[in-house]
Design a protein around this ligand. Structure first.
Ligand SMILES: *Cc1c(COP(=O)(O)O)cnc(C)c1O
Length: 417
């Protein structure tokens, strides 16, 4: 792979990796901006080339001409399930176990609440202290909403011991957003189920970035994001997964009409639909779903194991090059050095990380910064080239060597980092 046996990388060697990359052609399916090295697909995936025409046609024809008829004629009503079925093979689920809807935050609320309702008498939700903030906030909200529910955040290394007979739900993000560390889904699920608890996995940094097998791991519930590695566009609909064995047991906390058994009977009493559909709430966002569908179509025919191999190699190359070119500039690796322990990103801590990242972005090298000191670089194997990693780290070395990041303009904080 990228094992260079400890010697320095040359540009020619890096270009040779691109020349024999089996995924190289996928990059042509994306509208890659000129003069940009994009290492932030873990925050917002790139625009697929096919998306603008698809959305324009939908607006002109299905909305403009078809109007209300398109719910039937263009089958809008089944788009959440259709999009869910495209996500299913990426996460080791059956097509009928996944549906696209709402946001990740809202879906987490729905899934954790559904799981809590299936474990009456148990009070604890176990999660990780370093979980993504919205996940923590949603569960803090649940704690104050539901009597007798207690959120217990523990350090990543203490999860096994924290699971006990009082645990109703184990709710974790599979790949940590900050350092990229991967939880052992199968082992933790097994342990949670051994004490009688249910699991809710957040796959926001997993789906489309690396293969995962929910059913093989015995997972109960999952949620995940549509606008990161699935390339669905800003604020794309999210998804949720309910294992087949639980589907009829879910008592939806957001019991809206789109999850009703017969929404167009306009009956005054709620009756949940069969299967995954009951987890819908309101009218689906058709434009967003259609864009997400285009992003997902790119994955058909992509070998997820091959994608993972490339993702790990890109990360290894980044770390090697940073050692080689920026070794004495105070960067501390926050991700695992062993690629098997990382998702599709590498993170470094630096005391001046914010300003350095702004200086990088000003050069067209786009990663992101997570307070207080983490610089993240996401690899999206569908469009990230080895050459991009070379350009990013050589650009970083220039900024560090010349100290251009010290310009005060790079220390001004924007609303979104
Ligand atoms: C990106 C991300 C989210 C985003 O949630 P939204 O509701 O889309 O804002 C949630 N959880 C995790 C772990 C994420 O990485």
């Amino acid at each position: 792979m990228t094992d260079n046996s400890g010697s320095d990388w040359t540009l020619e060697q890096v270009q040779a990796l691109d020349a024999r990359d089996p995924l190289a052609e996928c990059r042509d399916l994306f509208a890659v901006p000129k003069d940009v090295v994009y290492l932030d697909g873990n925050s917002l995936g790139m625009l697929p080339r096919a998306t603008p025409a698809r959305i324009a046609a939908l607006i002109a024809n299905e909305w403009g001409e078809g109007l209300i008829r398109s719910w039937n004629q263009a089958d809008w009503i089944n788009l959440p399930a259709k999009v869910g079925a495209l996500i299913a093979p990426l996460i080791g689920a059956e097509t009928w176990e996944v549906i696209a809807a709402d946001s990740t935050s809202v879906n987490l609320f729905k899934m954790v609440t559904a799981a809590l309702r299936m474990r009456p008498g148990r009070r604890k939700i176990i999660t990780e202290t370093g979980n993504f903030p919205t996940d923590l906030y949603v569960m803090q909200g649940l704690e104050s909403l539901l009597d007798g529910v207690e959120l217990v955040p523990v350090e990543a290394g203490d999860i096994f011991e924290a699971l006990d007979e009082e645990t109703a739900v184990l709710s974790l993000t599979h790949v940590n957003y900050r350092n990229g560390n991967i939880h052992d889904m199968a082992a933790l699920t097994k342990r949670a189920q051994a004490v009688g608890a249910l699991t809710v996995w957040d796959l926001s940094h997993t789906a489309g970035a690396m293969p995962v097998d929910l059913n093989d791991s015995g997972a109960d519930f999952a949620v995940g994001c549509g606008y990161k590695y699935l390339n669905g566009g800003p604020g794309a609909p999210a998804f949720l997964f309910v294992a087949d064995r639980h589907q009829d047991e879910v008592d939806p906390p957001l019991s809206g009409w789109m999850g009703h058994a017969r929404p167009f009977d306009f009956d005054g009493a709620y009756e949940p639909a069969e299967g995954i559909t009951r987890n819908l709430c309101g009218t689906p966002a058709i434009l967003g779903l259609a864009a997400l569908e285009v992003g997902l179509e790119i994955f058909s025919g992509v070998d997820m194991d091959g994608l993972r191999v490339k993702s790990m190699a890109l990360g290894d190359l980044f770390i090697d090059l940073l050692d080689q070119l920026c070794g004495d500039h105070g960067f501390r690796l926050a991700s695992g050095r062993d690629c098997e322990t990382r998702g599709s990103q590498v993170s470094f801590c630096h005391d001046d990380g914010y300003a350095i990242m702004q200086a990088l972005i000003a050069k067209g090298i786009i990663g992101d910064f997570r307070a207080p000191d983490v610089m993240r670089f996401g690899m999206t194997p569908l469009y990230t080239r080895y050459r991009d990693i070379w350009d990013a780290v050589t650009g970083l070395a220039e900024i560090m060597d010349s100290e251009t990041w010290r310009d005060p303009v790079f220390s001004e904080r924007a609303a979104v980092t």
